[in-house]
Write a protein that binds this ligand. Structure first.
Ligand SMILES: [Zn+2]
Length: 113
């Protein structure tokens, strides 16, 4: 496991996460597709917000299984919090110093679930 930092575009929202980036998915559901996410999931105790918790707004849809949290200033959704499962979804594109081209990315068929 390595420690990464990540956050939104404007810098208001910052977090720290421990992950090995072993499983990264690109999901084709209506939401992930439009936002262009590359996601990895971590247990909540591997994730900590450093700043900007009060600058987050929330979006939920469909089964409301996930709190989609985005920066009120720049709109970037750098992570999401599971409601029906105890994990955080990390937007790997929002991690500092990660070359997404070097990752093996699994295609996930969220559209048909
Ligand atoms: Zn921001």
């Amino acid at each position: 496991m390595s420690k990464y930092t990540g956050g939104c575009h404007c810098g208001a929202v910052k977090y720290e996460v421990e992950t090995d980036l072993e499983k990264v998915i690109e999901c084709n559901c209506s939401h992930c597709h439009k936002k262009g996410f590359l996601l990895t999931f971590v247990d909540k105790d591997k994730f900590a917000i450093i700043s900007g918790a009060d600058n987050l707004s929330e979006y939920q849809f469909n089964k409301k299984a996930i709190r989609h949290l985005f920066c009120k200033t720049c709109g970037v959704q750098s992570f999401a919090e599971g409601i029906s499962f105890p994990q955080i979804a990390i937007n790997v594109r929002c991690l500092d110093d990660v070359d997404t081209k070097s990752l093996s990315i699994e295609q996930y068929n969220g559209k048909d679930i």
